[in-house]
Write a protein that binds this ligand. Structure first.
Ligand code: TYM
Length: 335
C-alpha cells in the first residue's frame, strides 16, 4: 500500500478551495492508502500569527478535518510541531536545496510581495520544510491543490540531490495527486486570483464555517459577466469567473464541467447562482454542524492529536535518524 502525506496550514478558517482542492481528495484516498494528515503549524508562523489565534485555529482546523471525514484510527492526524523530525530533516534540506531553486518559487514571490527584504527567512525556506514533511515518512503520494505543484517538484529535486550527493537511493520520488474539477478554486471577487484563507476580503471566499445565509449572499454577490452560461466548455475561455463557478458546481456535484453546462448552458447567472448556493449549503452544512460538535469536546481532539503524534514520530524518527547517519552525524542523543 502506498503511503500518502499531506498538510494544511492553520493560518485561518479553511476555505472551500482547501476543501475541494485538497481535503475532499484526502478522504477519497483513505480507502486504499496508508495516510498521514498534518496540521502544519510550523509553516503557519512563516507569516505573523497571533499566538492565541493560532492555538484556536489549530484546533478548529483539526476539528474541520475530522468533520470532513479524516479517520484518525485507521490513519494518522497530528500537529507538525509535535514531531521534531520535521524540523530536523528540514535543516538538512536547507543545506541540500540551492538558493537558485528557492528563488524560482512563485509562491514566495507572491507572498513576500514588494517588501521582499522584510519577509521572514522561514517563508523563504518554506518549501524545504514541506519537502521534509513528506520525505520524513518516505511518502510517495501527495494530494494537493494545483498551487502546490511547484513545491512538490522542488521536493523531488531535493530528494534526487540528497541521493546523488550521498551516493544512496534513500528518498523515493513523490507523485503529486492534483485531482478533480476544482484543483484551483479562484476568488469570488477576481477569477484570476486564488481563493485564499488569508485574503483580506472575506467576500472573496467561502469559509467552511459560513452559515447558509452568508453562503447565499457571497454567491449572489460573486463577480460574473453579463453573458449567459455557454453550452460548451470551450465557451468558458476568457471568462475566468464563469469557469470558476462552473468548476465549483461540478466538484460539489461530483461531476464534470460538461455535465454542468448541459444543465445550465444558455441560462443566466441568476438561476445558476441560486442552484449553486443551494448545492453548497447542502454539502457544507453537515460538515459545519459536525465541526461544532467536535469543538465542543476539545479534549477528544487533543487525545487524537497526541496519539497521532506518537504514531507519526514512530515512523519519522528512524527515517530521519538514518538521514542524519548518511550525512555523517554521530547521532548521540541526550540520555
Ligand atoms: P494550504 O494550507 O495553503 O492549503 C492546504 C491545501 O489546500 C489546497 N488549496 C487549494 N486548492 C484549490 N483551490 C484553492 N484556492 C486552494 N487553496 C489551497 C492547497 O493546494 C493544499 O493542498 N504548503 C501547503 C501545506 C503543506 C503541505 C506539506 C502539503 C505543508 N507541508 C506537505 C502537502 C505536503 C499549504 O500551504 O497548504
Amino acid at each position: 500500500m502506498q503511503r500518502v502525506f499531506s498538510g494544511i496550514q492553520p493560518s485561518g478558517i479553511p476555505t472551500l478551495g482547501n476543501y475541494l482542492g485538497a481535503i475532499r481528495n484526502w478522504i477519497g484516498m483513505q480507502r486504499d492508502h496508508e495516510c498521514i494528515w498534518c496540521v502544519v503549524d510550523l509553516h503557519a508562523i512563516t507569516g505573523w500569527q497571533d499566538p492565541a489565534a493560532l492555538r484556536r485555529q489549530t484546533l478548529e482546523m483539526a476539528a474541520t478535518l475530522l468533520a470532513c471525514g479524516v479517520d484518525p484510527e485507521k490513519h494518522i492526524l497530528f500537529l507538525q510541531s509535535s514531531v521534531r523530525a520535521h524540523a530536523q530533516l528540514a535543516w538538512i534540506f536547507n543545506c541540500v536545496a540551492r538558493i537558485g531553486w528557492l528563488n524560482r518559487m512563485t509562491q514566495f514571490k507572491e507572498k513576500a510581495g514588494k517588501d521582499r527584504e522584510n519577509a521572514s527567512a522561514g517563508l523563504y525556506v518554506y518549501p524545504n520544510l514541506m519537502a521534509a514533511d513528506i520525505h520524513a515518512y518516505h511518502a510517495t503520494r501527495v494530494p494537493v491543490g494545483d498551487d502546490q505543484r511547484q513545491h512538490l517538484e522542488l521536493a523531488n529535486d531535493i530528494a534526487k540531490k540528497f541521493n546523488f550527493d550521498y551516493g544512496v537511493d534513500f528518498f523515493p520520488n513523490i507523485e503529486p495527486m492534483i485531482l478533480g474539477p476544482a484543483a484551483r478554486v479562484m476568488s469570488l471577487r477576481d477569477g484570476t486570483k486564488k481563493m485564499s484563507k488569508t485574503d483580506p476580503s472575506d467576500q472573496s471566499r467561502i469559509n467552511m464555517n459560513d452559515d447558509a445565509e452568508t453562503i447565499a449572499l457571497k454567491i449572489r454577490r460573486a463577480k460574473t459577466d453579463p453573458e449567459p452560461l455557454p453550452c460548451e466548455v470551450a465557451g468558458l475561455e476568457g471568462r475566468p469567473e464563469a469557469r470558476n463557478l462552473v468548476g465549483i458546481f461540478a466538484a460539489l456535484a461530483e461531476t464534470e464541467h460538461t455535465a454542468v453546462l448541459r444543465d445550465f448552458g444558455g441560462k443566466g447567472f441568476g438561476v445558476f447562482k441560486e442552484a449553486l448556493a443551494e448545492l453548497m449549503v447542502s454539502r457544507l452544512g453537515p460538515i459545519n454542524d459536525e465541526t461544532r460538535r467536535w469543538l465542543d469536546d476539545e479534549s477528544a481532539i487533543l487525545r487524537i492529536l497526541r496519539d497521532g503524534a506518537d504514531r507519526a514520530a514512530a515512523i519519522a524518527d528512524p527515517i530521519v535518524a538514518e538521514a542524519e547517519r548518511l550525512v555523517g552525524f554521530i547521532g548521540l542523543r541526550p540520555a
